[in-house]
Design a protein around this ligand. Structure first.
Ligand SMILES: [Zn+2]
Length: 501
């Protein structure tokens, strides 16, 4: 037992003693209100004791522009504790929303996901991330008395890869009767540009996150991570999850990282290492494009397969790393632009990893946005900077209909406005999903560990849950979790002083 734990235990004992005396003096637990008061007293004591834990000392939290910024620092266990403690209410809330979606889409119970986490993913997680995940559980429990354990948190961290990659693979293996139509998700519109394409000749990187609004309105954390080992990280993220997961991040050695997901990807390797672990590790330990690809390939499980868009501000080089399971390919340049909107382009990846995807269908969301990126980036060659990139993320041009209309085909996605939905992702008509937030940075900002972020639709439009649910009762099951998603302002975030360099 360390000093802080001893102190916490002593405080708790004093409080419990007081509660016991009060309990005895107030006679039998006659009323529900007496019982409630006691529970509240114990909870307050627990929270006070947990708040005095020495592990919290270097950590901090503040809110701005609809985002929650947390600074985590120290060894893996301490950073996990800080994460679990500082974001405890948000983790409990996000866990409820995410786990409900995972169970509903897959027809599996939560025990199934816990087992997958415990038996398949858990043993292959690097020791430092096991400690961090365990720390999250401890911090969460200390703050709220949560019943969640490490299997819950591991399954939750894998919320992008277990339901839409592992389960369809498993259903196929087991020939599951009436298997649900699960599709790998199509998250995001993004680009990275360099050389003659940008205003200052240096790298500009931009990304908006596409997901269900139910999950996306909770994707509002800015993590400033100062780990004991590896590089300092500034990234957006999800409460309780150790990777950025949507993904957008920079590290203090000059690497800039984002991605868009590969539509209609199929495949899973149960012996591989979880994607969320590889993605976090790569952002923490890679200083070059080569190091990044090496870490992502090590134990590739096929989960959450992405086209990674990378930049190295030290060299001005950018890259696209298309990471399938059976095939993968890397393109790189010091003068060019690479965009993503959920399509694969390497013939081998298309053939072997995305057999259902039709790159020729101009009406699909990924291809219509691909055409729009080509058009928009070409129009602005030599002018691209942070301010312009912010505007681009809110673009509403539909290249299939040749008009401006916010829908499932626009860079700023509004699928809730589309009678078509996105069939490639099994998003039904008017599915409450689309672009949920945006981020932009450039080489100069990245050097100073800064980025811009806007919560909600990058165009500034609001999503309002109540009128939506009234108009679309088919999504009534989301009512307990679906909230208004109002757009915040573009807000600058920076990591604290003294990044390791
Ligand atoms: Zn929009």
């Amino acid at each position: 037992m360390n000093d802080s734990m001893r102190r916490a235990a002593a405080i708790l004992l004093v409080i419990l003693g007081a509660v016991a005396r009060w309990w005895a003096e107030s006679g039998a637990p006659a009323s529900a209100s007496a019982h409630d008061a006691m529970v509240a007293t114990i909870a307050a004591a627990r929270e006070r004791a947990a708040g005095n834990d020495a592990r919290l000392k270097p950590a901090s939290r503040f809110e701005e522009g609809g985002w929650i910024y947390v600074h985590l620092e120290g060894d893996p266990g301490a950073m996990g504790y800080q994460h679990g403690y500082l974001l405890a209410p948000e983790i409990e809330d996000a866990f409820a929303a995410v786990s409900a979606g995972m169970m509903r889409s897959t027809n599996r119970d939560w025990e199934f996901f816990r087992k997958a986490a415990h038996e398949m993913l858990g043993p292959k997680i690097d020791a430092e991330y096991q400690q961090e995940l365990q720390g999250i559980v401890e911090g969460l429990r200390a703050r709220t008395g949560s019943k969640l354990d490490v299997d819950d948190i591991v399954a939750f961290n894998a919320f992008e890869e277990l339901p839409d990659y592992y389960v369809p693979w498993l259903d196929k293996q087991q020939k599951t009767a009436k298997a649900p139509n699960l599709k790998s998700p199509g998250n995001c519109s993004a680009f990275v540009a360099t050389g003659s394409w940008t205003k200052d000749g240096l790298i500009v990187m931009a990304h908006n996150n596409w997901t269900s609004y139910r999950n996306g309105e909770r994707w509002r954390i800015v993590f400033d991570i100062a780990p004991k080992n590896g590089y300092r990280i500034l990234m957006d993220g999800f409460p309780g999850v150790i990777a950025s997961d949507d993904d957008f991040g920079i590290n203090s050695d000059g690497l800039m990282v984002t991605e868009t997901t590969i539509t209609q990807f199929e495949g899973w390797d149960p012996n591989g290492k979880a994607e969320f672990v590889r993605a976090r590790k790569a952002l923490q330990y890679a200083g070059t494009i080569d190091e990044y690809t090496k870490i992502m390939l090590d134990g590739n499980n096929g989960g959450y397969a992405n086209d990674w868009l990378l930049g190295d501000r030290k060299t001005g080089e950018i890259a696209q790393f298309e990471l399938g399971l059976k095939a993968h390919k890397l393109w790189r340049t010091k003068d060019g632009v690479l965009s993503g909107s959920n399509w694969a382009r390497d013939p081998k990846v298309l053939k072997e990893d995305t057999p259902q995807f039709d790159p020729a269908n101009k009406e699909s969301s990924p291809n219509a946005r691909r055409a729009r990126w080509d058009e928009l980036l070409k129009e602005n060659k030599g002018k691209i900077d942070v301010a312009l990139a912010e505007k681009m993320l809110g673009d509403h041009a539909d290249t299939a209909q040749h008009k401006k209309e916010a829908n499932e085909r626009t860079l700023c996605g509004h699928v809730d406005a589309s009678p078509r939905g996105v069939k490639e992702w099994d998003w039904q008509p008017y599915y409450p999903g689309g672009a949920v937030q945006g981020k932009v940075t450039d080489a100069t900002m990245a050097k100073e560990m800064r980025m811009m972020a806007r919560m909600g639709h990058p165009c500034g439009g609001d999503f309002l849950a109540k009128p939506f649910l009234a108009a679309h009762p088919e999504y009534a099951w989301q009512e307990p979790y679906l909230r208004d998603m109002k757009a915040g302002p573009w807000t600058e975030f920076r990591s604290g002083p003294a990044p390791k360099e």
